[in-house]
Design a protein around this ligand. Structure first.
Ligand code: ATP
Ligand code: SF4
Ligand code: MG
Length: 329
Protein backbone atom coordinates (compact mmCIF):
# COMPACT_ATOMS: atom_id res chain seq x y z
CA UNK A 1 0.00 0.00 0.00
CA UNK A 2 1.28 3.46 -0.89
CA UNK A 3 2.06 5.50 2.19
CA UNK A 4 3.50 8.62 0.63
CA UNK A 5 3.41 9.83 -2.98
CA UNK A 6 5.53 12.73 -4.14
CA UNK A 7 4.43 14.22 -7.46
CA UNK A 8 6.64 16.65 -9.35
CA UNK A 9 7.89 18.42 -6.22
CA UNK A 10 9.87 21.60 -6.71
CA UNK A 11 11.52 23.36 -3.79
CA UNK A 12 13.61 26.38 -4.73
CA UNK A 13 15.74 28.83 -2.76
CA UNK A 14 15.46 32.51 -3.60
CA UNK A 15 18.87 33.95 -2.74
CA UNK A 16 20.69 37.20 -3.52
CA UNK A 17 22.86 35.26 -5.95
CA UNK A 18 19.85 33.91 -7.83
CA UNK A 19 17.23 31.15 -7.70
CA UNK A 20 18.51 27.72 -6.69
CA UNK A 21 16.27 24.93 -8.08
CA UNK A 22 17.56 22.52 -5.40
CA UNK A 23 14.67 20.08 -5.75
CA UNK A 24 13.32 20.39 -9.26
CA UNK A 25 10.45 18.16 -10.25
CA UNK A 26 10.96 14.93 -8.34
CA UNK A 27 8.46 12.11 -8.02
CA UNK A 28 8.61 8.90 -6.03
CA UNK A 29 6.58 6.92 -3.54
CA UNK A 30 7.11 5.06 -0.30
CA UNK A 31 5.05 1.97 0.49
CA UNK A 32 3.96 0.70 3.84
CA UNK A 33 6.51 -1.76 5.28
CA UNK A 34 9.24 -0.61 2.93
CA UNK A 35 12.63 0.99 3.46
CA UNK A 36 13.29 3.36 0.58
CA UNK A 37 16.89 4.49 0.23
CA UNK A 38 17.60 7.96 -1.15
CA UNK A 39 21.16 8.35 -2.40
CA UNK A 40 23.21 10.90 -4.28
CA UNK A 41 26.23 13.15 -3.85
CA UNK A 42 26.29 16.00 -1.36
CA UNK A 43 24.02 18.88 -2.36
CA UNK A 44 21.74 16.87 -4.67
CA UNK A 45 18.66 17.77 -2.62
CA UNK A 46 18.11 14.80 -0.30
CA UNK A 47 17.63 16.82 2.88
CA UNK A 48 15.60 19.49 1.10
CA UNK A 49 13.27 16.71 -0.10
CA UNK A 50 12.95 15.36 3.46
CA UNK A 51 12.31 18.82 4.89
CA UNK A 52 9.76 19.56 2.16
CA UNK A 53 7.66 16.56 3.24
CA UNK A 54 7.21 18.03 6.70
CA UNK A 55 7.29 21.63 5.43
CA UNK A 56 10.23 22.62 7.61
CA UNK A 57 12.15 24.34 4.81
CA UNK A 58 13.60 27.65 6.04
CA UNK A 59 11.24 30.13 4.39
CA UNK A 60 12.62 32.50 3.21
CA UNK A 61 14.86 31.78 1.35
CA UNK A 62 13.26 28.42 0.50
CA UNK A 63 9.78 27.68 -0.80
CA UNK A 64 7.89 24.72 -2.23
CA UNK A 65 6.97 26.18 -5.61
CA UNK A 66 5.13 23.22 -7.15
CA UNK A 67 4.06 19.66 -6.63
CA UNK A 68 1.97 17.49 -4.37
CA UNK A 69 2.96 15.24 -1.47
CA UNK A 70 0.12 12.85 -0.71
CA UNK A 71 -0.05 11.11 2.66
CA UNK A 72 -3.20 9.04 3.13
CA UNK A 73 -4.52 10.82 0.07
CA UNK A 74 -4.15 14.25 1.72
CA UNK A 75 -1.81 16.79 0.17
CA UNK A 76 0.74 17.90 2.77
CA UNK A 77 1.78 20.82 0.56
CA UNK A 78 -1.59 22.56 0.54
CA UNK A 79 -2.80 21.40 3.96
CA UNK A 80 -3.37 24.10 6.63
CA UNK A 81 -0.31 24.19 8.90
CA UNK A 82 -2.37 23.27 12.03
CA UNK A 83 -3.49 20.04 10.38
CA UNK A 84 0.09 19.28 9.36
CA UNK A 85 1.31 19.82 12.94
CA UNK A 86 -0.94 16.97 14.08
CA UNK A 87 0.62 14.68 11.48
CA UNK A 88 4.21 15.68 12.30
CA UNK A 89 5.63 13.57 15.08
CA UNK A 90 2.51 11.39 15.26
CA UNK A 91 2.04 9.90 11.80
CA UNK A 92 5.29 11.02 10.20
CA UNK A 93 8.41 11.25 12.33
CA UNK A 94 11.88 12.41 11.41
CA UNK A 95 15.36 11.75 12.77
CA UNK A 96 18.41 13.78 11.87
CA UNK A 97 22.09 13.11 11.63
CA UNK A 98 23.08 15.07 14.73
CA UNK A 99 21.37 13.73 17.86
CA UNK A 100 23.37 16.14 20.02
CA UNK A 101 21.70 19.20 18.60
CA UNK A 102 18.19 17.78 18.71
CA UNK A 103 17.98 17.01 22.46
CA UNK A 104 17.58 19.81 24.97
CA UNK A 105 20.45 19.63 27.52
CA UNK A 106 18.32 21.19 30.28
CA UNK A 107 15.72 18.40 30.51
CA UNK A 108 16.03 14.68 31.19
CA UNK A 109 15.43 12.50 28.15
CA UNK A 110 12.30 11.15 29.87
CA UNK A 111 10.87 14.65 30.23
CA UNK A 112 11.46 15.29 26.55
CA UNK A 113 9.68 12.13 25.45
CA UNK A 114 6.87 12.78 27.93
CA UNK A 115 6.19 16.12 26.24
CA UNK A 116 5.78 14.41 22.86
CA UNK A 117 3.50 11.73 24.31
CA UNK A 118 1.39 14.26 26.15
CA UNK A 119 1.08 16.50 23.08
CA UNK A 120 0.15 13.83 20.55
CA UNK A 121 -1.44 11.04 22.59
CA UNK A 122 -2.59 12.89 25.73
CA UNK A 123 -0.91 10.33 28.01
CA UNK A 124 -0.64 11.13 31.74
CA UNK A 125 2.70 10.88 33.55
CA UNK A 126 2.41 7.22 34.61
CA UNK A 127 1.23 6.01 31.21
CA UNK A 128 3.93 8.07 29.51
CA UNK A 129 6.67 6.66 31.75
CA UNK A 130 5.57 3.10 31.02
CA UNK A 131 5.54 3.87 27.31
CA UNK A 132 8.99 5.46 27.44
CA UNK A 133 10.49 2.45 29.23
CA UNK A 134 8.89 0.19 26.61
CA UNK A 135 10.30 2.32 23.78
CA UNK A 136 13.77 2.45 25.35
CA UNK A 137 13.94 -1.31 25.55
CA UNK A 138 12.66 -1.60 21.98
CA UNK A 139 15.52 0.55 20.70
CA UNK A 140 18.07 -1.38 22.74
CA UNK A 141 18.75 1.02 25.61
CA UNK A 142 19.96 -1.05 28.57
CA UNK A 143 18.42 -0.46 32.00
CA UNK A 144 15.61 1.58 30.42
CA UNK A 145 13.81 2.39 33.68
CA UNK A 146 16.91 4.14 35.00
CA UNK A 147 17.82 5.90 31.76
CA UNK A 148 14.49 7.74 31.67
CA UNK A 149 15.83 10.14 34.29
CA UNK A 150 19.21 10.72 32.63
CA UNK A 151 20.24 13.99 31.03
CA UNK A 152 21.54 13.97 27.44
CA UNK A 153 25.12 14.75 28.58
CA UNK A 154 25.13 11.55 30.63
CA UNK A 155 24.71 9.49 27.46
CA UNK A 156 27.02 8.46 24.62
CA UNK A 157 26.36 9.58 21.04
CA UNK A 158 24.94 6.17 20.12
CA UNK A 159 22.65 6.21 23.15
CA UNK A 160 21.40 9.71 22.32
CA UNK A 161 20.61 8.64 18.78
CA UNK A 162 18.60 5.73 20.19
CA UNK A 163 16.71 8.20 22.39
CA UNK A 164 15.97 10.27 19.27
CA UNK A 165 14.71 7.15 17.51
CA UNK A 166 12.61 6.22 20.56
CA UNK A 167 11.19 9.76 20.52
CA UNK A 168 10.48 9.51 16.79
CA UNK A 169 8.76 6.14 17.23
CA UNK A 170 6.93 6.66 20.53
CA UNK A 171 3.66 7.71 18.89
CA UNK A 172 3.83 4.74 16.47
CA UNK A 173 4.26 6.74 13.27
CA UNK A 174 3.60 5.04 9.96
CA UNK A 175 6.42 6.82 8.19
CA UNK A 176 9.89 7.55 9.49
CA UNK A 177 12.14 9.96 7.61
CA UNK A 178 15.72 9.22 8.62
CA UNK A 179 18.27 11.71 7.27
CA UNK A 180 21.73 10.13 7.59
CA UNK A 181 20.72 8.72 10.99
CA UNK A 182 23.91 6.77 11.60
CA UNK A 183 26.63 8.79 9.90
CA UNK A 184 27.99 10.22 13.17
CA UNK A 185 28.04 6.82 14.89
CA UNK A 186 30.59 4.04 15.02
CA UNK A 187 30.13 0.98 12.85
CA UNK A 188 28.73 -1.30 15.57
CA UNK A 189 26.10 1.17 16.75
CA UNK A 190 25.30 1.98 13.14
CA UNK A 191 24.59 -1.71 12.44
CA UNK A 192 22.40 -2.00 15.54
CA UNK A 193 20.31 1.01 14.56
CA UNK A 194 19.87 -0.17 10.98
CA UNK A 195 18.84 -3.61 12.28
CA UNK A 196 16.27 -1.87 14.44
CA UNK A 197 14.78 -0.10 11.39
CA UNK A 198 14.58 -3.44 9.56
CA UNK A 199 12.86 -5.00 12.58
CA UNK A 200 10.31 -2.17 12.79
CA UNK A 201 9.62 -2.50 9.09
CA UNK A 202 9.05 -6.24 9.46
CA UNK A 203 7.11 -6.22 12.72
CA UNK A 204 5.15 -2.98 12.52
CA UNK A 205 4.96 -2.31 8.81
CA UNK A 206 6.84 0.95 9.28
CA UNK A 207 7.65 2.81 6.07
CA UNK A 208 11.09 4.42 6.10
CA UNK A 209 12.75 7.00 3.88
CA UNK A 210 16.43 6.40 4.58
CA UNK A 211 18.75 9.09 3.29
CA UNK A 212 22.35 7.95 3.13
CA UNK A 213 25.65 8.46 1.34
CA UNK A 214 26.53 4.86 1.96
CA UNK A 215 25.66 2.36 -0.78
CA UNK A 216 26.75 -0.45 1.56
CA UNK A 217 23.96 0.60 3.94
CA UNK A 218 21.55 0.67 1.02
CA UNK A 219 22.52 -2.85 -0.09
CA UNK A 220 21.99 -4.28 3.38
CA UNK A 221 18.94 -2.34 4.52
CA UNK A 222 16.79 -0.98 1.72
CA UNK A 223 14.03 -2.52 -0.38
CA UNK A 224 14.01 0.12 -3.09
CA UNK A 225 16.31 2.98 -4.02
CA UNK A 226 15.90 6.44 -5.49
CA UNK A 227 19.07 7.93 -6.98
CA UNK A 228 19.14 11.73 -7.04
CA UNK A 229 21.40 14.01 -9.03
CA UNK A 230 21.32 17.83 -9.02
CA UNK A 231 17.77 18.13 -7.72
CA UNK A 232 16.27 15.38 -9.86
CA UNK A 233 15.54 11.68 -9.59
CA UNK A 234 17.63 9.91 -12.23
CA UNK A 235 16.94 6.26 -11.40
CA UNK A 236 14.48 4.28 -9.27
CA UNK A 237 14.73 0.52 -8.78
CA UNK A 238 14.44 -2.28 -6.26
CA UNK A 239 17.75 -2.74 -4.51
CA UNK A 240 18.66 -5.98 -6.33
CA UNK A 241 18.07 -4.43 -9.76
CA UNK A 242 19.96 -1.29 -8.91
CA UNK A 243 23.10 -3.22 -8.02
CA UNK A 244 22.76 -5.93 -10.67
CA UNK A 245 21.52 -3.77 -13.56
CA UNK A 246 22.32 -0.11 -12.93
CA UNK A 247 21.02 1.80 -15.90
CA UNK A 248 21.81 5.50 -15.46
CA UNK A 249 25.44 6.49 -16.13
CA UNK A 250 25.47 8.37 -12.81
CA UNK A 251 24.37 5.26 -10.89
CA UNK A 252 27.03 3.24 -12.68
CA UNK A 253 29.55 5.90 -11.65
CA UNK A 254 28.43 5.71 -8.02
CA UNK A 255 28.78 1.92 -8.04
CA UNK A 256 32.20 2.14 -9.65
CA UNK A 257 33.33 4.34 -6.80
CA UNK A 258 32.52 1.57 -4.30
CA UNK A 259 35.54 -0.41 -3.07
CA UNK A 260 35.29 -3.95 -4.40
CA UNK A 261 35.83 -6.32 -1.49
CA UNK A 262 35.99 -9.28 -3.88
CA UNK A 263 38.98 -7.82 -5.67
CA UNK A 264 41.69 -6.83 -3.21
CA UNK A 265 43.78 -3.99 -4.51
CA UNK A 266 41.12 -3.01 -7.05
CA UNK A 267 41.28 0.65 -7.88
CA UNK A 268 38.63 2.96 -6.62
CA UNK A 269 37.22 5.13 -9.38
CA UNK A 270 35.51 8.40 -8.72
CA UNK A 271 33.17 10.15 -11.11
CA UNK A 272 35.24 12.77 -12.96
CA UNK A 273 34.23 16.40 -12.59
CA UNK A 274 32.08 18.14 -10.02
CA UNK A 275 28.40 18.45 -9.30
CA UNK A 276 27.22 21.62 -11.13
CA UNK A 277 26.15 24.61 -9.04
CA UNK A 278 22.37 25.00 -8.76
CA UNK A 279 22.92 28.57 -9.95
CA UNK A 280 23.82 27.33 -13.41
CA UNK A 281 22.64 23.80 -13.97
CA UNK A 282 23.21 22.77 -17.61
CA UNK A 283 20.10 22.59 -19.79
CA UNK A 284 18.75 19.13 -20.54
CA UNK A 285 20.53 16.40 -18.59
CA UNK A 286 22.31 17.93 -15.61
CA UNK A 287 24.90 15.13 -15.61
CA UNK A 288 26.05 15.73 -19.16
CA UNK A 289 29.29 17.57 -18.29
CA UNK A 290 30.48 14.45 -16.48
CA UNK A 291 28.97 11.70 -18.61
CA UNK A 292 31.04 9.56 -20.99
CA UNK A 293 27.89 8.61 -22.94
CA UNK A 294 26.71 12.19 -23.52
CA UNK A 295 25.62 13.12 -27.06
CA UNK A 296 24.09 16.27 -28.54
CA UNK A 297 20.66 14.85 -27.66
CA UNK A 298 21.56 15.23 -23.98
CA UNK A 299 21.14 19.00 -24.10
CA UNK A 300 17.42 18.23 -24.24
CA UNK A 301 15.44 16.91 -21.26
CA UNK A 302 16.09 13.17 -20.93
CA UNK A 303 13.03 10.94 -21.32
CA UNK A 304 11.84 8.49 -18.69
CA UNK A 305 12.49 4.85 -19.66
CA UNK A 306 10.97 1.87 -17.90
CA UNK A 307 13.75 -0.72 -18.07
CA UNK A 308 12.28 -3.35 -15.77
CA UNK A 309 9.57 -4.03 -13.21
CA UNK A 310 9.47 -0.83 -11.14
CA UNK A 311 12.82 0.14 -12.63
CA UNK A 312 12.84 3.60 -14.19
CA UNK A 313 15.64 5.75 -15.53
CA UNK A 314 15.82 9.27 -16.91
CA UNK A 315 18.46 9.24 -19.66
CA UNK A 316 18.87 9.49 -23.43
CA UNK A 317 21.31 6.56 -23.55
CA UNK A 318 20.72 4.32 -20.54
CA UNK A 319 22.73 1.13 -20.11
CA UNK A 320 20.59 -1.75 -21.29
CA UNK A 321 20.68 -5.51 -20.87
CA UNK A 322 24.07 -6.73 -19.72
CA UNK A 323 25.94 -3.63 -20.84
CA UNK A 324 26.24 -2.23 -17.34
CA UNK A 325 28.03 -5.39 -16.14
CA UNK A 326 30.81 -4.43 -18.46
CA UNK A 327 30.56 -0.89 -17.17
CA UNK A 328 31.08 -1.80 -13.53
CA UNK A 329 33.49 -4.69 -14.09
N1 ATP B 1 18.98 27.23 3.73
C1 ATP B 1 19.37 27.21 2.46
N2 ATP B 1 19.61 28.35 1.77
C2 ATP B 1 19.98 28.34 0.46
N3 ATP B 1 20.16 27.20 -0.25
C3 ATP B 1 19.97 26.04 0.38
C4 ATP B 1 19.57 25.98 1.76
N4 ATP B 1 19.45 24.66 2.10
C5 ATP B 1 19.76 23.97 1.00
N5 ATP B 1 20.07 24.79 -0.03
C6 ATP B 1 20.43 24.39 -1.41
O1 ATP B 1 19.88 23.13 -1.67
C7 ATP B 1 20.85 22.24 -2.20
C8 ATP B 1 20.56 20.86 -1.72
O2 ATP B 1 20.82 20.78 -0.34
P1 ATP B 1 20.55 19.47 0.52
O3 ATP B 1 20.83 19.87 1.93
O4 ATP B 1 19.20 18.94 0.23
O5 ATP B 1 21.63 18.46 -0.03
P2 ATP B 1 21.86 16.95 0.42
O6 ATP B 1 21.60 16.08 -0.76
O7 ATP B 1 21.09 16.67 1.65
O8 ATP B 1 23.44 16.95 0.70
P3 ATP B 1 24.27 16.22 1.86
O9 ATP B 1 24.53 14.85 1.36
O10 ATP B 1 25.51 17.03 1.94
O11 ATP B 1 23.47 16.26 3.12
C9 ATP B 1 22.18 22.80 -1.75
O12 ATP B 1 23.17 22.59 -2.69
C10 ATP B 1 21.91 24.29 -1.64
O13 ATP B 1 22.13 24.87 -2.90
S1 SF4 C 1 21.03 11.81 -20.71
FE1 SF4 C 1 22.98 11.82 -21.79
S2 SF4 C 1 24.38 12.98 -20.48
FE2 SF4 C 1 22.61 12.44 -19.25
S3 SF4 C 1 23.23 10.57 -18.24
FE3 SF4 C 1 22.11 9.97 -20.07
S4 SF4 C 1 23.71 9.72 -21.62
FE4 SF4 C 1 24.64 10.85 -19.93
MG1 MG D 1 21.60 16.31 3.62
Amino acid sequence: MKLLEIHDLKTHFFTDAGILPSVDGISFEINQGEILGVVGESGCGKSVTAMSILRIIPEPPGRIVAGRILFDGHDLVSMPIEALRKIRGRDIAMIFQEPMTSLNPVYTVGEQLREVLSLHLGLDDDAARARIVEMFSLVGISEPAMRVDAYPHQMSGGMKQRVMIAMALCCSPRLLIADEPTTALDVTVQAQILNLLVKLRDERGLGVMLITHDLGVVAETCDRVVVMYAGRVVETACVQDLFAHPSHPYTVGLLQSLPDAAKPGSRLQTIPGNVPSPLNFPTGCRFRDRCSRASSACSLEPPLHVVGDGHEVRCHHPYQGGEHEHAIA
